[in-house]
Design a protein around this ligand. Structure first.
Ligand SMILES: Nc1ncnc2c1ncn2[C@@H]1O[C@H](COP(=O)(O)OP(=O)(O)O)[C@@H](O)[C@H]1O
Ligand SMILES: N[C@@H](CC(=O)OP(=O)(O)O)C(=O)O
Length: 471
């Protein structure tokens, strides 16, 4: 089989975990062609971003030097723990030191300039993966398996120049296949997740947690038999196990359901992961790095109509509700178009929308960083004409229940809102897409965890009965 395997930041958190990953790869190498996509060592991307900001605001070269020591120690320790072969360890050390020197120069440049562009943020944050890939590849070579490491750009991931949220260009699919196929039989190829490059060869990133997306792009380009996403959790679960410890693994889920879940905050998958896999009908498995025998979740094309109408409950935090109102909005054709055009011009992404049939108010949810640009855009568009009041509320969360079986099944909304009512949870706004794959609603931040727990209990997802429905 040809398999693209992605290991997340927790899976390659340190040298001991990388050693474990290399051993897993050795096991699957026999009889398979394997491309590995690696994330940065756990926490490194956050530290890179923090230090890039510090460099631009404080301009202190001494802080850059301290950070350089921290990164060097972390990666040297990882090499010691992951790689036994001294020659391989020496080669990898040299690559790491060279890359950390490059990074230091870039951070010092930011100190002097006092400016941090989105292009430099992508360049700096790409170093997490650029430091991880040589160690993962070295750990594999240390076990006697030939391996080569590539950056996303070297592998052929060509993207738009939307720094921080770049998308693959169509040419990527052909280029990746051309560059990687010839080595697949003989080597385990290790590619940096999260990063690509634009047509001018400038580093871009695919958005936070983008390594899942990288794996799917590579899988589609190489027409892989399967894409495996290795995580610290046992697959896609009925809800975030950090919120509800009783959460269960969903054995099988459709592409559409997995997409709904990832869009609605289940950060087990980057929201765009499924698109490339779906275009080539490649099954995606989500597996636990630390429990490899467990089958995890299989994401497949057909809507697997198990008896569960609701498959999972998810939560989006760090959002705000914006409400606009004005009596003149009712019947004034074009108001909604003006609202959304102004927001689009300001680069605001809308998570959820609801308009009452009175037409005199419109509510929508945006992610936290988009609140200020959204308010500014709306005030300048309307200037108190037609829209009289614009308010925002940051103390809210979005909860969504997801499942393909909800389409055409009466009574789901009644159960959702009945259970929340019984738990005295107030609902601020409701939205249901016509796909009927999800019902989402806004609650106060203080009620969010209770809402997720209440719904998880109500539908008793996968509770003891395999995939039986509780009605
Ligand atoms: N429905 C869900 N199923 C599984 N994990 C979820 C879900 N919702 C949120 N999560 C969170 O997503 C994380 C995914 O695992 P992680 O190993 O961190 O992935 P990666 O390193 O690839 O980003 C877990 O920590 C888990 O708490
Ligand atoms: N390292 C990047 C990309 C990534 O995908 O990481 P993870 O697989 O750990 O979510 C990030 O932290 O966003």
């Amino acid at each position: 089989m040809k398999i693209v395997m992605k290991f997340g930041g927790t899976s390659v958190g340190d040298g001991k975990k990388i050693r474990h990953v290399a051993q897993l790869l050795k096991r699957y190498h026999e009889g398979n062609q394997i491309v590995v996509v690696t994330s940065a060592l756990g926490g490194v991307t956050d530290r890179l971003l923090e230090n890039a900001r510090l460099a631009s605001t404080k301009g202190k070269v001494s802080l850059v030097k301290e950070f350089k020591t921290e990164l060097t120690n972390k990666h040297h320790e990882a090499i010691r723990d992951a790689i036994d072969n001294p020659n391989v360890a020496k080669e990898v050390l040299q690559i790491i030191d060279l890359r950390i020197d490059e990074l230091e120069k870039a951070l010092i440049g930011i100190c002097y300039l006092g400016e941090l562009t989105s292009r430099s943020i992508d360049y700096i944050s790409s170093y997490g993966e650029r430091l991880a890939a040589p160690i993962v590849s070295g750990a594999v070579r240390s076990l006697g398996i030939p391996s080569i490491e590539y950056t996303g750009g070297e592998a052929g991931i060509l993207t738009t120049s939307d720094y921080g949220n770049a998308r693959p260009l169509e040419r990527t699919y052909e280029l990746v296949s051309k560059r990687l196929t010839c080595r697949l039989d003989s080597h385990i190829l290790v590619v940096t997740g999260f990063i690509g490059e634009n047509e001018d060869g400038i580093v871009t990133t695919l958005g936070r947690s983008g390594s899942d997306f990288s794996a799917s792009i590579l899988g589609a380009a190489l027409k892989a038999d399967e894409i495996w996403l290795w995580k610290e959790v046992s697959g896609i679960m009925t809800t975030d196990p950090r919120i509800v410890p009783e959460a269960k693994t969903i054995p099988q889920i459709s592409y559409a359901e997995a997409m709904e879940l990832s869009y609605f905050g289940a950060n087990v998958l980057h929201p765009r992961t499924i698109e490339p896999a779906m275009r080539e009908h490649i099954p995606v498995r989500v597996k636990n790095t630390f429990d490899p025998e467990f089958s995890g979740t299989l994401v497949v094309a057909e809507k697997f109509q198990c008896k569960h109408v609701v498959k999972a409950v998810s939560l989006i935090k760090n959002v705000a509700l914006i409400n606009i109102s004005g009596a003149e909005m009712a019947g004034t054709i074009g108001t909604v178009a003006r609202v959304f055009t102004a927001l689009a011009r300001a680069g605001v992404n809308i998570v959820m929308i609801s308009q009452g049939s009175s037409e005199s108010n419109l509510s929508f949810v945006v992610s936290e960083p988009h609140v200020e640009p959204a308010l500014k855009a709306l005030h300048s568009e309307f200037n108190r004409e037609i829209v009289k009041e614009i308010t925002s509320d940051r103390n809210v969360c979005v909860v969504a229940v997801v499942g393909a079986g909800m389409a055409g099944t009466p009574g789901v909304a009644k159960r959702v809102f009945g259970a929340l009512g019984n738990s005295m949870i107030n609902i601020i706004m409701i939205s249901q897409g016509s796909s009927q794959y999800n019902i989402s609603f806004v609650v106060r931040e203080d009620d969010a965890y209770a809402a997720v727990k209440t719904l998880h209990d109500e539908f008793q997802l996968y509770n003891g009965n395999g995939i039986e429905k509780k009605l």
